[in-house]
Design a protein around this ligand. Structure first.
Ligand SMILES: [Fe+2]
Length: 299
């Protein structure tokens, strides 16, 4: 592995299990009638956009692989099993079988360690891959024809505060970018998280009954629109400046680090992002957002 690797796109790729449920892929047991079309069609537009560029690997940072000490990376060539969402087992019982780009994962881990971040490789082949990783990868690439690098969510935001968590995720994102460039890989990088994250406490009898789906809290909606406006104007450094307040003000899932990691990996884009769509799932704010570095080069 040497030289000329690059990130071909970065995507904010939220992972509500409802979106996979509503698509009825063969891997998922429960069957749905429909639902959450604005987000599913946003993913469809995102897939079409990404399909114009070839790439070798998907690198994904997931909020639901929570590691108490440091950042962990999947470290076996293949993982397979049944993933059941602990909150929505009625919606998501998904048989996964995925390939891992272990050499790239090891290079990213080594580069992150140089930044002083504690890192570890997950070498247990029976490890159950988290649904945040699986759902984001499925929605961006339902064919599963690319290997992935899966990165865990360290607990620094919770153990030391939002500012410490963000500094570590900036270091991790920058290390990931350097590792991708050194590896020669063309990588699609994902942040698997929602924006605002206050959600309903009761599920309707029919989960896909869209009469029940709506914005739950106007203040959180305003936060989401504020952040998406900054993405659309290329103001990602300001988003990172505001991240600790955004996390607290909107109970954001960005507290798991994925979004800051992605923005840092992309080098804090100053070119406009493409917001493919925004919608709620049980009241949480979700956006499918793509950054195309080639657009940045001509901006
Ligand atoms: Fe989540």
């Amino acid at each position: 592995m040497a030289g000329s690797g690059r990130i071909i796109a970065g995507v904010l790729a939220p992972h509500p299990p409802h979106l996979v449920y509503a698509e009825n892929p063969p891997q998922n047991e429960p069957r749905a009638e429909c639902g959450w079309e604005e987000l599913r069609w946003a993913y469809e537009r995102c897939r079409r956009s990404i399909s114009t560029r070839d790439y070798d690997v998907i690198v994904v940072h997931s909020p639901h692989w929570k590691t108490q000490v440091g950042t962990h990376f999947l470290g076996c060539d293949r993982f397979a099993g049944l993933s059941v969402d602990p909150v929505f087992p009625n919606l998501f019982r998904y048989r996964y079988d995925l390939a891992v780009d272990v050499p790239l994962a090891e290079v990213i881990a080594a580069e992150a360690a140089k930044e002083g971040l504690p890192t570890s490789m997950m070498r247990n082949p029976d490890f159950r891959v988290d649904y945040g990783t699986i759902i984001a990868c499925h929605l961006v690439n339902p064919k599963w024809d690319k290997p992935i690098v899966a990165i865990s969510s360290a607990r620094s935001y919770y153990q030391f505060g939002n500012e410490v968590g963000d500094r570590q995720m900036i270091a991790l994102g920058q290390a990931t970018r350097r590792a991708i460039e050194a590896s020669g890989r063309r990588a699609l990088v994902l942040a698997s998280n929602s924006l605002s994250h206050r959600h309903f406490t009761e599920e309707p009898e029919l989960p896909e009954d869209m009469a029940h789906e709506h914005i739950y809290n106007h203040g959180q909606y305003l936060w989401d629109m504020h952040i998406l406006g900054r993405f659309r104007r290329g103001e990602t450094k300001l988003v990172v400046d505001e991240m600790p307040d955004f996390i607290e003000g909107s109970v954001s899932e960005a507290k798991e680090g994925s979004l800051t990691f992605l923005l840092a990996a992309l080098g804090f884009p100053t070119y406009p992002a493409e917001v493919h769509g925004y919608g709620t799932v049980i009241g949480t704010g979700n956006a499918v957002v793509e950054w195309d570095p080639a657009r940045g080069a001509s901006w």
